[in-house]
Design a protein around this ligand. Structure first.
Ligand code: MD3
Ligand code: FE
Length: 199
């Protein structure tokens, strides 16, 4: 890694321009068969981030709460995780398992993601890998319990983060996206892919 923050390893600019464009093409293939939607929180509020998934499971949320489901809300199974994404997992995860969910998060304008933990997965010893594309995002990391100090770093297009060990349970979120900081997405915004072993 080129930077580590609170145990999260960041490989800055892990993907160069041509690989980012190829990955974007694979993501467009996913969103064509599994369109982005806006999940609702348990409180019934729509999230500002739009989402979809690839893999055996997709991440879903509504009034019943957060969970992994086998089908898109329109009823189809999720598309396969692209080989390009699996290759990145193999290069950085250090895991002998394969991700079962590739969550696709799309941030436009004022989209943000509040501080939260990722702990809906059965084996919290399995790492999480995240890939950033498009505009820069201000990423905030706290502790493994709520409250206390936080640290922030900017994530750029092509950066790959690996969360394992204690960092796997760190509170984290996206405070804001800086418009017009990348030319990768024609209409601007940011895409984040999050890879997880679910079962
Ligand atoms: C630290 N996504 O989907 S990626 C999420 O940019 C999520 O869309 C953010 O948090 C995004 O759950 C942050 C970096 C990240 C992803 C997963 C983590 C950091 C993490 C899991 C554990 C600890
Ligand atoms: Fe998260």
């Amino acid at each position: 890694p080129t930077v580590s923050v609170r145990g999260i390893d960041v490989y800055e600019h892990f993907l160069l321009g041509p690989s980012q464009m190829a990955l974007l093409d694979d993501i467009r293939h996913i969103t064509r068969s599994a369109p982005l939607f806006r999940p609702k929180t348990r409180a019934g509020k729509e999230m500002s981030v739009r989402m979809t998934s690839a893999g055996k499971f997709g991440w879903y949320s509504d009034q019943k709460g957060y969970r992994y489901v086998r089908r898109h809300p329109l009823g189809s199974p999720w598309p396969e995780i692209p080989a390009s994404v699996m290759q990145i997992w193999d290069e950085v995860s250090g895991s002998s398992r394969r991700p079962e969910c590739c969550l696709v998060n799309f941030y436009d304008g004022d989209a943000r993601m509040g501080l939260h933990q990722d702990r809906d997965e059965a084996d919290l010893n399995e790492p999480v890998v995240s890939i950033s594309l498009g505009d820069d995002a201000l990423f905030r990391v706290g502790n493994t319990t709520r409250g206390g100090s936080t640290e922030s770093i900017w994530l750029h297009s092509g950066d790959v983060c690996v969360m394992s060990g204690d960092a796997r349970l760190a509170y984290h979120g996206i405070d804001r996206v800086a418009p017009h900081t990348s030319t990768l997405l024609p209409r601007g915004g940011r895409i984040n892919l999050t890879l997880r072993v679910v079962t």
